[in-house]
Ligand binder design. Structure first.
Ligand code: FE2
Ligand code: FE2
Length: 202
């Protein structure tokens, strides 16, 4: 596997966030493999990244997830992230371009390693992690059109964004975070994945 520094953003807050997202992605992917959900997609990605068996998928998706916000290293975006306040709509739109910028960064960095499988996976995650299950995301993809690794990282990403303290917001307790995640299950997030990770709402 190439050095994680090739995928991790250098911007400090984004770097720390990406490491936490990668850790949770690992946990989520293992749960999905255990629950035998989306077996066709699991098989597809196992073949796509040339793994001998699907049990190695969690480690690969987790590694690639470290690069999901690589595009935020762009100075125009990291400057906005560093403002430490709620952003205006136009500023949010600029930050949203980190998906496209991340694809470019991933291509530049990982191509040097000649690791085509990991390049493909990291690029897919960077490009699609802000797509929404109901099709209201940036590129308008919906449901299982959104690649499984990106749907998994989306859950870890939302979870970390909610649990992390920011200069402009306090962290939220675990129980409230799970309620908030359940409230966007089926709109933003894949409902079957949410159910597999957090259980059925009582
Ligand atoms: Fe992102
Ligand atoms: Fe993120």
């Amino acid at each position: 596997m190439p050095s994680e520094e090739l995928v991790l953003p250098s911007h400090q807050d984004t770097h720390d966030h990406s490491k936490r997202v990668a850790e949770f992605t690992n946990v989520i992917t293992k749960k999905i493999l255990d629950s035998e959900l989306y077996v066709d997609e699991v098989e597809y990605w196992t073949k796509q990244i040339e793994l001998t068996d699907s049990s190695k998928l969690a480690g690969m998706i987790s590694f690639a997830a470290k690069g999901h916000d690589k595009g935020k290293d762009d100075p125009g975006i990291s400057g906005l992230v560093d403002l430490g306040r709620h952003l205006a709509e136009a500023e949010k739109e600029t930050v949203a371009t980190h998906s496209e910028l991340g694809v470019k960064a991933m291509n530049n960095n990982l191509r040097r390693e000649k690791d085509a499988q990991l390049l493909n996976l990291a690029t897919v995650i960077a490009k699609y992690h802000h797509e929404k299950w109901d099709g209201t995301g940036r590129l308008g993809m919906c449901g299982t059109e959104i690649p499984l690794p990106a749907r998994i990282v989306a859950i870890a990403d939302v979870y970390d964004a909610l649990t992390s303290k920011r200069p402009y917001k306090e962290s939220i307790d675990e129980e409230s975070v799970i309620q908030m995640i359940r409230s966007v299950s089926g709109s933003h997030l894949d409902p079957l994945l949410v159910e597999a990770v957090f259980g059925v709402q009582s």
